[in-house]
Ligand binder design. Structure first.
Ligand SMILES: C[S@@+](CC[C@H](N)C(=O)[O-])C[C@H]1O[C@@H](n2cnc3c(N)ncnc32)[C@H](O)[C@@H]1O
Length: 290
């Protein structure tokens, strides 16, 4: 549903949101209160180059995508309406899905750090890192963490190709990231998460509910996010399995989201294979060889 004047969302919904639900003066004051040049200077990683899919992504009505102060300051006020019934409850699902006691957590595509800050608050002794491609989003994330007195490391980088060493995290999370990526990149992100996790480490993904999107194709057309329809057609469980995760499980989460979990290095029995197949084979062998 895109024409030369933009998508339905860009033409009608974003302006309505921006005019009626957002306090534009407050947003502008917030934007003007930040010394962007100095904040960006130390949150920008000179090694990072932006992939094409990212440069061309127009984020919810902002033509420069996530690469501008306007999108960064408007992200939280807009996102609160995109996480029904309540942003806190939806994000809490990521924390609740973690089964271990992590000492190192990485939040991929952390944006303004809303989930990252909750992770640090839930696991105060853990070293927590938030990684995002947009230094503007990281400026907002850092401000949020400082205000909440949370010590979090912020890093600009690509989720599909970080420069962290193998086996260096206990938990890797990604919230609301994968549906914005081309499917091949989303799968590369899961492979990267697998590389970064230690054996037994957990990956936790909060994202739009693929089943619900398939049942309501109107929504995917309406938002016209470039990769939302491809994401909806796929199965996160299958992607996690292909990335070698075990104990993979996706559950519906509140109204329109899902939470997926996988564990590195756990043998996942093939449902086709009878339980105790090995033992039966051994017994057969013993019987045959007398
Ligand atoms: C919808 S926002 C989600 C932000 C945050 N995780 C949240 O839950 O609110 C998607 C974020 O992913 C980031 N992003 C998109 N592609 C990325 C990539 N390949 N690597 C790292 N970050 C990426 C964007 O800059 C943006 O901040």
């Amino acid at each position: 549903m895109r024409d030369d004047n933009g998508t339905l969302f860009e033409r009608w919904v974003a302006p309505v949101l921006q005019h009626f639900f957002l306090d534009r003066d407050e947003l502008q004051a917030h934007r003007d209160s930040i010394d962007w040049e100095s904040a960006l200077s130390y949150l920008t990683n000179p090694q990072v180059s932006y992939p094409r899919y990212y440069r061309e992504f127009s984020c919810h009505g902002f033509v420069d995508g996530y690469l501008c102060p306007e999108a960064a300051v408007a992200y939280d006020p807009i996102t609160q309406y995109a996480l029904p019934p309540n942003e806190d409850w939806v994000r809490q699902g990521v924390i609740d899905a973690i089964q271990g006691y992590p000492t190192r957590i990485l939040d991929l595509g952390c944006g303004t750090g809303s989930t990252t800050c909750r992770l640090k608050a839930a696991f105060p002794n853990a070293e927590v890192v938030g990684l995002d491609l947009s230094p503007y989003m990281l400026v907002m994330a850092e401000q949020k963490a400082l205000e909440a007195d949370l010590n979090i490391h912020w890093r600009q980088g690509k989720a599909e190709q970080t420069d962290f060493p193998d086996n260096s995290f206990d938990v890797v999370t990604a919230s609301l990231l994968l549906h914005e990526l081309p499917p091949t990149i989303a799968q590369a992100v899961l492979q990267e998460a697998h590389r970064l996790l230690r054996s037994g480490g957990e990956v936790i993904i909060l994202d739009c509910n693929q089943k619900a999107l398939r049942q309501t194709p109107f929504l995917a057309n309406f938002f016209e996010e470039p990769f939302l329809r491809d994401y909806a057609a796929e199965s996160l469980d299958a992607w996690l399995g292909a990335a070698q995760f075990g104990l993979v499980r996706t559950q519906d989460h509140w109204l329109v989201h899902q939470i997926s979990r996988g564990v590195k290095g756990v043998y996942q029995p093939n449902p086709e294979e009878p339980l105790f197949a090995d033992l039966e084979a051994l017994e057969d062998l013993e019987w045959a060889t007398g």
